[in-house]
Design a protein around this ligand. Sequence first.
Ligand code: G3I
Length: 374
Amino acid sequence: MKTKLFLFGAYLLLFTQACVTSKSPEVLKDALKDKFLIGTALNIGQIWEKDSLADKVIKRQFDAIVAENCMKSMYLQPKEGEFFFDDADRFVEFGEQNNMFVTGHCLIWHSQAPDWFFTDDEGKEVSKEALIERMKDHITTVVSRYKGRIKGWDVVNEAILDDGSWRDSKFYKIIGEDFIPVAFEFAHAADPGAELYYNDYDEWHTGKCEAIVRLVNSLKEKGLRIDGVGMQGHLGMDYPSLDEYRAAIDAYSSAGVKVLVTELDVSALPSSRQNTGANIADTEAYRQEMNPYANGLPDSVSFAWNRRMGDLFTLFIDNSDKIARVTLWGVTDGDSWKNDFPMPGRTDYPLLFDRQYKAKPVVKEIINKLRIKN
Ligand code: G3I
C-alpha cells in the first residue's frame, strides 16, 4: 500500500511539474515557439563565444541567429578570389551546435561591398558582364559552402529608396535592375533548398513598400524563388505607427511571401528627422542635446520604451500567421549599432537586454502574454 501511495505521489509530482513547465515558458524562444522564430544578430565576439554572459542569453533566449557583419562581401572576399571564411564557418557551427535557424546576411549590398568588385584591372569601371560574373562567383562560392546549413539568405539588401525608386548603386548603374533577379537565380542554383529574401529598411514607407511588392511579383513572374521580405525594423519610439507597420506586413504577406522582421531595434533617443533609416552613409555630427541619457534612462522613458516594444510584439504575435521570424539587431544595448548611428558616441537603449545582460520588463510581458494564450 505504501509503495502504491509513494508511486502515486511521485507521478502526481511529475505530472504537475510537466504541466507547469509546459505551460510556463521562462524564455522567449519557448514562449514564441508556436508564433515565429525569435533571433538575434551576433557580433564577432559572440560568434567566438568570447562573452560568456552574452553567450548565456543567446543560447537561452533565441532559436535563430544572423551574423551582424562577418558574412558581408567585404569580409568574405576582401580581394578578388581570396575568401576568408573563418568567422563565417564558426558562426554556422555555433548555430548548428545550438539547434538554431541560421540566416546568411547578406550576399549583394551597395554598402560594405569591396571596391575591387566594381573596377577592372586598369582601375576603370567594370563591365556589366564582368560584374555579373563576379556576382555569380561570389554568390556561388559562399552559398554552396553552406548548402543545407544556412537555411535562409538575405540575397539583396536595400536596393530601393523610400519613394520606391531604385537606389543608384554601382550594381544598378552598371547592370540595371536585372542585378536583382540574377542574384536570386545564382543563390537558388547554389542551394535550391535555401529560403531567399529581399531585405530593406524604412520598409513601411508607402512608396518603398509598393516597390518591394512589385519586385516580389516580378521575381515570381520570372519563375524565380523568393520566400520572404525582410522588414529590418529599425524603428523609433513613436514612428512608424502600428497601423502603418501593420499595413506593410499585410502588403508583403498579400504578395505571397513570408514576412520577416530581420533587424529589430527601437531607439530611445531623440532623432533630428523621423529616422527609421539605416543607410549607413547617412551620418550626423555629434550634438550633446541628442544624447540626453548618457548616464541612464529615466524611468518615464524606460516605461515608454517597454510599452512601445510591447506594442510591437503584440502586433507581431497578432500577425504570426504572416511573420516567420523576428530578429533583434543585437543582444544587449551595449552591442547596438544605434549607439553610433546616425550620430557617433551616443548611449542608446534599443534592444531587449540591457548593458548588464538583464532582460527588460517587456521580455517578461511577452512571455506572460503568451502563457495566458497558450
Ligand atoms: O571591425 C572593425 C574594427 O577592427 C575597427 O577598429 C572599427 C573602427 O573602424 O571598425 C570595425 O568594423 C566596423 C564593423 O561594424 C564592426 O563593428 C565597421 O567600421 C562598421 O562600418 C560596421 O558597421 C556595421 C554596419 O552594418 C555596416 O556594415 C554595423 O555593425 C551593423 O550593425 C550594420 O548593420 C546593417 C545591416 O547589415 C543592414 N541593415 C542596416 C544595418 C545597420 O546599418
